[in-house]
Design a protein around this ligand. Structure first.
Ligand code: FAD
Length: 284
């Protein structure tokens, strides 16, 4: 079992930003030429990465436009962790706070919308927007289409998790079923833990979480085969001994579904950045 991460992480393709005039900006057309506004940079995506990029550019008065379609990877989670200064905040509150801070910078604009095309001017193709290396087209929530020019583009479009369609997995994703010990492990420390993983990654996953949990079953979803055992030995020599010493059991049957028995979000602490979340699941 497990999930595959697709799409690229933050890619910085900020290129050829020249010294440009700064000042109050908007999406309206340039008053003199009637051509679309040309930004120093258009940032695609308004999660932590995109918002940070706005800050870096706006603080040196680059004319910057952030366009965000609002489908955040960490949307299902209760609280964000391991972002120092923001430990335990809810992601929407974090973004609201960041947007409030960015509102003080006149050269930054943030809008909701989906970027549908980015065209680069090449030696053969000239950009639709005059004098802009990039032409960006976006659909706004109203359905209206907008075109702007940009000297650089930052793709801060994040990642998408592809969760197996095992009943109960997607529904509880981010709420007691988590992928990263730094994000949610401390809140589930010392609880009985199931690791969903192919055999080859089971021992390294146990190792990763070993300072937090000891009562662990590795659910390897039918991957306990002679070939996988050999491959695991190559990747993690003496893995069987490692698991045996820690009393970690391996369950090779496929999980048909998950049913929630207890909700770790039921007892929120109003102030503490971290507190135990007692989630409990049963396999029907
Ligand atoms: C359940 C869960 C919990 C997590 N918890 C933590 C945690 O506690 N601590 C931590 O550090 N990390 C955590 N993470 C990882 C977390 O997702 C990242 O740290 C962080 O939120 C990623 O930020 P980002 O800006 O790269 O992407 P996102 O926040 O996903 O933002 C990307 C944005 O780009 C937008 N976008 C994409 N395409 C377009 C387009 N064509 N036009 C316009 N906009 C577009 C998307 O709609 C989205 O709004 C967690 C992940 C998951 C899945």
């Amino acid at each position: 079992m497990g999930f595959i991460k697709v799409a690229a992480a933050l890619q910085l393709i900020l290129s050829s930003i020249s010294a440009a005039p700064t000042g109050v900006i908007g999406l309206e057309k340039n008053a003199v030429s009637q051509s679309p506004i040309v930004y120093d940079a258009v940032i695609v995506g308004g999660g932590p990465a995109g918002l940070s990029a706005v800050s870096g550019l706006a603080r040196v008065r680059r004319k910057v436009l952030l366009i965000d379609s609002g489908e955040y990877r960490n949307d299902p989670t209760r609280h964000m962790h391991d972002v120092i200064g923001a430990d335990g905040l809810s992601p929407p509150f974090f973004r609201w706070k960041a947007r409030g801070q960015l509102a003080y910078y006149e050269s930054a604009s943030l809008i909701n919308g989906t970027v549908t095309t980015i065209k680069a001017a090449t030696s053969n193709i000239t950009s639709t927007v005059q004098d802009a290396p990039f032409t960006v087209r976006a659909t706004l929530p109203s359905g209206e289409e907008r075109t702007v020019g940009a000297r650089g583009i930052i793709l801060a479009t994040g990642l998408r998790d592809i969760i197996p369609d095992t009943p109960g997995l997607q529904q509880n994703w981010g709420k007691g079923i988590y992928w990263c010990p730094w994000c949610d492990g401390n809140e589930h420390a010392d609880q009985a833990l199931g690791i969903l993983s192919p055999l080859i990654d089971a021992a390294s996953s146990v190792q990763e979480i070993s300072t937090l949990n000891s009562d662990i079953i590795a659910f390897v979803n039918g991957t306990y085969t002679p070939e996988a055992r050999a491959a695991t030995e190559k990747k993690f020599p003496n893995w069987e001994k490692y698991l045996e010493l820690r009393n970690i059991k391996i369950e090779n049957r496929t999980i048909a579904g998950l049913v929630r028995l207890a909700d770790g979000g039921a007892n929120e602490h109003p102030e503490a950045p971290t507190f135990p979340e007692h989630d409990l699941f049963r396999f029907p």
